[in-house]
Ligand binder design. Structure first.
Ligand SMILES: *Cc1c(COP(=O)(O)O)cnc(C)c1O
Length: 365
């Protein structure tokens, strides 16, 4: 069976090795005679699965012991509420609004305290990362908040804001494990797994333990979202997404086995350069993001008309290149070139873009 070239923004392509490995173990996991789907989350066999997943993530990211790791349900979206409820001890957060998920997170946080917008690129249609606020702007805040890669608009922070000692909270859903990062630059980072880390239904959260010691900031915080309790319970306050965490562990192992984050970052940079190079050479395709803010993970571009964009998406799909329609909020084209999307897929996409341009304009690039 030929698998399609899958450029979906999420749930996204998984590494084929991960799928095959899970398939091989599906009916009988590690000699238990059971599927991982069927075993108690309190069993020794499952304990080993979740412990190994955490250990693998710690190895990949170099997470120090002073940071806890959680595997939660509710996606990245639930943490838009969980973060203020846990961290807003003074009732103030400084948000940088660089796209849809950043805006939604600020709106959610505003239910629990003062979510102050320190910078926004909404006036230019989220085509860039806004100019970063000065460190002083974060004074007196519980945390600064960013969405590090803007999945819908195709922009990314290439440098983190200096929060002047105030902890930085980052939604890294669509750039998680895409390149090396220093966990200690963050107070908390979190990622919905379905972009780069596994299946939907798992949110990976890494938090500086000192920020959540003594319980959540707000008494109304649901016990499920109380990070200190979840840390004490090893993400097992209730039944976790057992199979999802198992698959995340396999993805973490795959990242390690393919050279870790340095190698992943180099491959992703090469993939992105190929695609942006094609956009920049072309007369037909226009990149959406200003070049200095371009994402390595989600490449967004437009054609002259929505009709041509539809034709592009349809003809690409006929050729086995799927998942290229832009987000429904913005339209256009979006190629998500996450970790599991190989360079060959990107080469095929560029070749298709050249042939499509030739067929429309009579010129190639
Ligand atoms: C996909 C995405 C989300 C939403 O994730 P869910 O798991 O669906 O809640 C939030 N933030 C970013 C940056 C995303 O890419």
């Amino acid at each position: 069976m030929v698998r399609p070239r899958n450029f979906s923004a999420g749930p996204a392509q998984m590494p084929e090795d991960v799928l095959r490995s899970a398939q091989a173990e599906f009916m009988d996991f590690a000699g238990t005679g059971m599927s991982v789907l069927e075993m108690s989350h309190r069993s020794d066999a499952y304990r080993r699965v979740i412990d190994a997943a955490e250990a693998s993530l710690r190895a990949v990211l170099g997470i120090p012991d002073s940071y806890g790791v959680l595997f939660l349900q509710g996606g990245a979206t639930l943490e838009f509420a969980g973060i203020p409820m846990n961290l807003m001890r003074r009732g103030r957060a400084g948000h940088i609004v660089s796209g849809h998920f950043a805006k939604v997170a600020a709106e959610e946080a505003a239910k629990y305290g003062s979510a102050e917008i320190l910078a926004t690129s909404e006036p230019t249609g989220f085509d860039r990362i806004p100019d970063l606020p000065s460190p002083e702007a974060f004074a007196g805040m519980d945390y600064g908040y960013i969405c590090q890669n803007n999945t819908i608009y195709g922009t990314m922070f290439h440098e983190l804001p200096d929060c002047g000692g105030t902890p930085l909270v980052a939604d890294v859903s669509s750039c998680f494990l895409s390149f090396p990062l220093d966990v200690t630059d963050y107070g908390l980072l979190f990622a919905g797994a379905q972009k780069n880390a596994g299946p939907s239904g798992v949110c990976v959260l890494v938090v500086d333990r000192s920020l959540v010691e003594g319980g959540p900031a707000l008494g109304v915080c649901p016990t499920y979202l109380d990070y200190s309790t979840q840390l004490a319970k090893g993400s097992m306050l209730n039944t976790p997404n057992t199979f999802g965490i198992y698959l995340c562990g396999k993805v973490f192992d795959w990242v390690r086995g393919t050279g870790g984050l340095e190698a992943m970052g180099a491959r992703n940079a090469e993939k992105a350069a190929l695609l942006y190079g094609a956009i920049d050479r072309s007369d037909l395709y226009r990149g959406c993001a200003v070049p200095s803010s371009r994402s390595v993970a989600n490449v967004t571009f437009r054609l002259p008309t929505p009709e041509l964009e539809r034709e592009f998406v349809d003809r690409a799909a006929e050729g086995g290149l799927v998942g290229l329609a832009g987000h429904r909020l913005v339209g256009g084209i979006r190629a998500s070139i996450y970790n599991a999307v190989g360079i060959d897929a990107v080469r095929d996409l560029v070749a298709f873009m050249e042939s499509f341009e030739l067929s429309v304009t009579g010129r190639s690039f």
